[in-house]
Design a protein around this ligand. Sequence first.
Ligand SMILES: [Ca+2]
Length: 368
Amino acid sequence: MVLSISKYSRNFIQLVLLSFLFSCGNGDEKTDVRETDLLSQRAAFEIASVPLPVVSGDSILFSASVADSSLKFDSIVVKIDDQRILVWKEKPGSLLWPSANMGMGKHVFRLAGFYKGNENGSGSMIFSIASNIIPEEFGFEVVKTMAHNPSSFTQGLEWQSDKLFEGTGLNGKSFVMQINPSNGDALKKVNLDKEFFGEGITILNNKLYQLTWQSHKGFVYSLPELKLESEFGYPTEGWGICNLKGNLVMSDGSDKLYFLNSKDFHLDKTIEVWDQKYPVSELNELEAVEGVVYANKYQTDTIVKIDPANGKVLAYINLAGLLKKEDRLGNEDVLNGIAWNPSDKLFYLTGKNWPKMFAVRFIRKKAS
Ligand SMILES: [Ca+2]
């Protein structure tokens, strides 16, 4: 619980910073007022609370009143996130807003009051949207068991046609490899410099992208030769990566997925992942399969199936017992490799320092 509270406050700070950046670049009416100024102004409005969280699909009734009766307004601009929704004349009112097309997680309802052209009061409220989908529950069936190199601290796993690639972590032990699927031996291997802690990998248009943990730097390799070609930067930590519709999709250990343009690596969009009650944090290794994203939750035996359009959890897959107790080698040997093989339609799963890799089919649990 302590973790989730600190994550909440971290998300809030990120949100405020993000809003600040957006407001700086917005030439809208008087939005050259900096967000920090806006938040430090007198709270001119009282905004009625909404359900915590709002259930996706429900309409949200926003209503506000004047808290500071000494202020007069010509107009009150209503925004949700950065979008200007409407303008109330002289007095605040109410707004019934549909949530169906909004992404999961945090949003901001914001009011800015103006009098004779000057902004003279503000108010804002953060609210969250949770999924309206009951996640399906899956177990698994092992179809094939293979050897995996137990010295590989697995951070990313991905098939390209019949070739399997693995990225590993730890400083001085970080590699990107093409491996023999039957025993985990490296067929091709590139070492990362000691300063880098390797993370997830993904393959798009014959290029392999590899993240690093805290260096804000990724590497691009050309295939099939697995030759370092270029580097790219990103502001977050790097955890897992996959690709979807030509975009790179990254995790950073939070409840967010970041969609990066693969040409210039700019951030196209961010989604937050939620089930019906809570954000799903610690998202790690990723795999995109037939338009949806699978993510393992760090230090658990759970893989989460996510709708990338909105961040809703579609299913939870429970992989407890996949690696038997007698095969476990230490504390850090957590599930951390997910690679979908389209030719046999199986998930290939392994973990950090696991001696085995498994080809697995997910089996839907019967409703009890
Ligand atoms: Ca993967």
